[in-house]
Design a protein around this ligand. Structure first.
Ligand code: PPE
Length: 307
């Protein structure tokens, strides 16, 4: 077990079990071949002293869409998984943290056809601070364009958050860290900017917010939230192709994701981005995002499910 990640209970196949007993057999199909799907969701303390899950319905819907794309039929419905998530937060007494639902294929047959192996489901919750560091949120992080390409759209089903697809992300992330950077930016097989290892990407130039189109990226829920918040602030948002050198000359570049929230980038491939620190648009959108999750923006109250 990774150091630091522990709790009391885990929901698995419809039951709440002790943390230490949430184990699987070594023949678990997903463990061998990577066909499983997952989500990453955050729960935040709200200003009224309660706590709320951010965009729960949308995350659970995407989990089931990921399963559908991969021909996996989850034996539980979306309402049950949503309730399991809320129950995990309650029994683990976690007012703020990260939520990891996982649908995977259990043991039985081996080989690429999972045949009648059971489709299993689990929900785990744990405390998780700033994904790319407190410091990164304020100063911005350093990123490198990866030597690894994002999978071709006909290799990676980008609308699915599929376990095995993350090998590509892990290779890119570890390369970036070993080379002394904080994060990797992946280009698609045409050489256009797609996304970071576990985040979507935005750039600002001439006051316009730009982000790659959905084809080769995960349809991020934070990305969608930030686009809406930017439009509310009167910013023009363009979803369209971005080249590597457009990033170098951007006024700002930042990443969005459930784990990373809104994280500015201050340097890419040894080129300073903008002023070399968090820019005004990133800061404004960070503030807008943290207002929403804390329940300070009534317009988006419907994005919060109180625990
Ligand atoms: N792209 C990828 C490849 C990705 O994994 C994520 C989430 C996003 C974009 C942003 O999507 P959204 O969370 O809906 O805004 N990455 C998850 C995994 C992080 C991890 O290290 O594990 C996350 O942020 O929860």
């Amino acid at each position: 077990m990774a150091a630091g990640i522990t709790g009391e209970k885990i929901w698995i196949d419809g039951e709440m079990v002790d943390w230490a007993d949430a184990n699987v057999h070594i023949l678990t199909h997903t463990l061998h071949y990577g066909l499983g799907v997952f989500e990453g969701i955050r729960c935040y303390r709200t200003d009224d002293g309660r706590s709320a899950v951010f965009r729960l319905t949308e995350h659970v819907r995407r989990l089931f869409e990921s399963a559908h794309i991969n021909l996996m039929e989850c034996p539980f419905d979306q309402a049950t998984v949503q309730e399991a998530i809320l129950e995990c937060l309650r029994v683990n007494r976690l007012p703020e943290g990260y939520i990891r639902p996982l649908i995977f294929i259990g043991d039985g047959a081996m080989g690429l056809n999972p045949a009648d192996n059971p489709i299993r489901a689990a929900v785990i919750v744990w405390p998780w601070g700033k994904y790319l560091g407190e410091d990164g949120m304020e100063r911005g992080i350093r990123a490198k364009v990866s030597t690894f390409s994002r999978h071709h759209v006909n290799a990676k089903m980008t609308k699915g958050k599929t376990c095995g697809d993350y090998v590509n992300s892990i290779l890119a992330k570890r390369e970036a860290l070993l080379d002394g950077y904080d994060e990797a930016i992946l280009l698609d097989t045409q050489g256009l900017v797609s996304e970071a290892s576990g985040e979507n990407l935005f750039m600002v130039r001439g006051g316009i917010l730009r982000t790659p189109p959905l084809q080769t990226i995960l349809e991020g829920i934070t990305r969608d939230s930030v686009i809406r918040l930017a439009k509310d602030k009167g910013l023009e948002v363009i979803e369209g192709s971005i080249t590597r050198d457009e990033l170098y000359v951007a006024d700002e570049v930042f990443l969005t994701g459930t784990a990373a929230e809104v994280t500015p980038i201050r340097e890419i491939d040894h080129r300073r981005i903008g002023e070399g620190h968090r820019g005004p648009v990133a800061q404004m959108l960070q503030e807008a995002f943290f207002d929403v999750v804390a329940g300070r923006n009534a317009k988006y109250d419907h994005w919060l499910t109180h625990v």
